[in-house]
Design a protein around this ligand. Structure first.
Ligand SMILES: *Cc1c(COP(=O)(O)O)cnc(C)c1O
Length: 382
């Protein structure tokens, strides 16, 4: 529900989600149990990953991934300056220091492997890649680089649920590095409200994530309920980062719809691109890669920050919601005292990007309308 005539995102919820929630309510088992286990199994199958581990949200998942990798104070984690703040915050939560790398170009706003290579020091303990808008990073180059320096590669795959891997047929984004995290926040491609998933092929990391997810306890309430265990030990100082049955049931319903919904997103992205391609001084990132994207976002770069605010204002007056993915992290108050970040392209991108409405049930006529408002606001030079 929103007051916007055309909101930035909207849920595709219907009878499937309703009956999923009803199934849990009827069962009267709310905390981690059979729905969670089934969701993890179904997600692992889709990812072709050895392990898929539900978490309360992707931020918790990134925290557990960093802890499982053994990050400590004094360690450095190279990561994108152009990202949601969760990865940088969770790096700080372990006591480690985020080191910000730039994007490859305004057309390809994902981690630049060349800049990452320049930032590696003896203190570097991990690299984080984020698949902006559901478009895969230069994973082959990043994996090669990480392999040469014996560094784990973490994928912030929050935008990329369901996206095919570029260079590895059959694999999915999020399952190419050592460990990956997905978000099921309300505006993501697979939405449960709050929720997330950690995926990995490494048994050592999976065991550590499972242990820390639930207080470092050796058994779950569900196991004790089923009579599989009566007591437990605590083998680490863990957290409560579990997902519950209601969210897992919603996730399973949404997972079944994911391929169709991502296809709808790609169809609408194509329509945006067709509509706007003659605006020559505007940039549409990843323009030639829609077929392999999860279609999470429709970012558009205005020729100048002024043209962006003129367009955003015109859209707002027309009842059309926009956003900005993302402000540059090293410029946030909580991060400015850190190492000065040399990320000119990320800063330029942040000043010019405008995120347009995109969700599976968006009408094509609405896309056309958004485009004509932008066109009318654009300087005559186009
Ligand atoms: C949404 C998002 C997160 C955080 O996910 P939560 O589930 O809300 O914790 C992290 N990184 C990126 C890129 C995201 O889009």
């Amino acid at each position: 529900m929103s007051d916007w005539r055309i909101p930035l995102s909207d849920l595709d919820f219907g009878p499937e989600e309703l009956s999923a929630v009803q199934r849990v309510i009827t069962s009267k088992w709310l905390s981690m149990g059979p729905e969670v286990l089934a969701f993890e199994k179904e997600f692992a199958d889709m990812q072709q990953a050895r392990h898929a581990i539900t978490v309360a949200n992707a931020t918790a998942g990134l925290h557990l991934a960093f802890l499982a990798l053994g990050l400590r104070p004094g360690d450095e984690v190279i990561q994108p300056a152009l990202n949601f703040v969760a990865s940088a915050n969770m790096t700080a939560a372990t006591g480690a220091t985020p080191v910000f790398a730039d994007i490859t170009s305004l057309e390809e706003p994902t981690l630049d492997p060349t800049h990452v290579a320049q930032l590696i020091t003896p203190r570097t303990k991990a690299v984080v890649a984020m698949h902006y808008g559901g478009n895969q990073c230069r994973m082959a180059e990043l994996l090669q680089l990480c392999c040469e320096h014996n560094l784990p590669l973490v994928e912030d795959a929050c935008h990329a649920v369901g996206a095919e891997a570029r260079d590895t047929p059959g694999k999915k984004a999020g399952s190419l590095g050592d460990i990956g995290a997905f978000s099921f926040f309300a505006n993501k491609n697979l939405a449960t409200g709050e929720g997330g998933m950690v995926v990995t092929d490494r048994d050592d990391l999976a065991n550590r994530v499972r242990q820390l997810r639930s207080h470092g306890m050796t058994t779950l309430t569900w196991d004790r309920h089923k009579g599989h265990a009566s007591t437990y030990d605590v083998t680490a100082n863990g957290y409560n980062y579990r997902l519950d049955e209601l969210h897992a049931a919603l996730g399973r319903a949404q997972l079944a719809k994911l391929p169709g919904n991502n296809a709808s997103r790609r169809r609408l992205l194509t329509r945006y691109h067709e509509n706007l391609q003659d605006l020559k001084s505007w940039i549409m990132p990843f323009a030639d890669r829609i077929a392999e994207s999860s279609g999470h976002l429709m970012p558009l770069l205005a020729p100048t920050p002024e043209a962006r605010s003129t367009a955003a204002q015109a859209l707002r007056h027309a009842g059309i919601q926009t956003s900005l993915h993302y402000p540059c992290i090293p410029d946030f108050t909580a991060f400015v005292s850190g190492q000065a970040a040399d990320v000119p392209l990320s800063r330029e991108f942040s000043r010019r990007v405008l995120t347009l409405p995109l969700f599976p049930t968006l009408a094509e006529a609405a896309v056309d309308e958004v485009c004509s408002v932008i066109r009318a606001s654009a300087p005559a030079s186009g």
